[in-house]
Design a protein around this ligand. Structure first.
Ligand code: FES
Length: 326
């Protein structure tokens, strides 16, 4: 269950976990327990500059006092990770939304985890649950990174492998070992295997294609970046449509070159958004009337068809008018 009440949390500690990867630990300033969460969840953090960014939790969901997120410094990113790495955050209180979970762990007799780079973060608490499960599922964990020094949480993963009841961790550093043998890894899967993959878009696309080719239905992915552009969507002609904001009744016109988010923000500044590319989920809004044209990378086909929510940074309208819960 996602927590929907914004939290004011104190940054208790920051710590380097690997080259370019820092872990940020949050606590409640009063010492109270934090809302519960499950493996795969993330926090949405408002940074001192006002940037809103999402980071996955890697700590133990059974620890009610601490949230820990892992943040890779991305010098060519949009500034959030650099701010976290370069700002003295310890002792500051930040607004945090969540934990929210769009990457839940399902019960399965077998698991394969595939991590690329900082995509390892949400998979750490997943392995913690699986390795300690009384159901004793089979599992293997495959983690690829640029170099061993850049790979975070390897010690935690090794300890989980040793403390669990069977299962292997496989670290593949590109500079010494090459890249993950995805076909070899997935050839061990069957129709009941839950496959969890998190990392860069290229890794996820490769795993998606192989799972399709091998007829493996149990793939769950979380992207840390936008997927390759779907040309049929990219070349589709955008039309003008209207959006009504239900709380004020105000109507705004969204032109072919504008996003709903941009237009709504001209009336209601501060509507939350993070990636602005349709993969993080921050800008989700309930649809009260009208038909959305979904262009995000989050909703399943069934969720798109249900037309209950949409991501207003990228999605548009099929109907001439949308009424949104804003
Ligand atoms: S801001 Fe990330 S999905 Fe819209």
């Amino acid at each position: 269950m996602d927590n929907t009440t914004p939290l004011s949390l104190l940054v208790r500690e920051t710590r380097y976990e690997a080259d370019g990867v820092v872990s940020v630990c949050f606590v409640d300033p009063t010492g109270a327990d934090l809302p519960k969460w499950k493996a795969g969840a993330h926090l949405e953090i408002t940074l001192p500059s006002g940037l809103v960014r999402q980071y996955s939790l890697w700590s133990n969901p059974d620890d009610p006092q601490h949230y820990r997120v892992g943040v890779l410094r991305e010098d060519r990113g949009r500034g959030g990770s650099k701010e976290i790495h370069d700002t003295g955050l310890v002792g500051r209180t930040l607004t945090v939304n969540g934990p929210r979970n769009r990457f839940e762990l399902v019960d399965a007799p077998r698991y394969i985890f595939i991590a690329g780079g900082i995509g390892v973060t949400p998979l750490v608490p997943m392995l913690s649950r699986v390795a300690r499960s009384d159901a004793n599922p089979e599992w293997s964990f495959h983690y690829g990174g640029r170099s061993r020094r850049s790979m975070a949480f390897t010690g935690v993963l090794e300890r989980l492998a040793q403390s669990g009841r069977g299962g292997t961790v496989n670290f593949v550093a590109e500079d010494s070992d090459g890249i993950l043998d995805l076909r070899g890894i997935l050839s061990a899967a069957d129709g009941e295997t839950a496959i969890y993959c998190c990392g860069p878009g290229g890794l996820i696309t490769a795993v998606e294609k192989l799972c399709e080719e091998l007829g493996l239905p149990g793939l769950h992915v979380e992207r840390f970046g936008a997927a390759p552009v779907d040309e049929s969507v990219a070349s589709a002609e955008n039309t003008t449509f209207e959006v009504e904001l239900s709380t004020t009744g105000t109507t705004v016109s969204v032109g072919p070159d504008e996003s709903i988010l941009e237009c709504v923000r001209s009336i209601v500044p501060g509507v939350p958004a993070s990636c602005e590319e349709g993969f993080c989920g921050t800008c989700e809004v309930r649809i009260l009337a009208g038909q959305a044209e979904h262009r995000d990378q989050i909703l399943t086909q069934a969720e798109q068809d249900a037309n209950e929510t949409m991501f207003i940074c990228v999605s548009r309208a099929k109907s001439p008018r949308l009424v949104l819960d804003l």
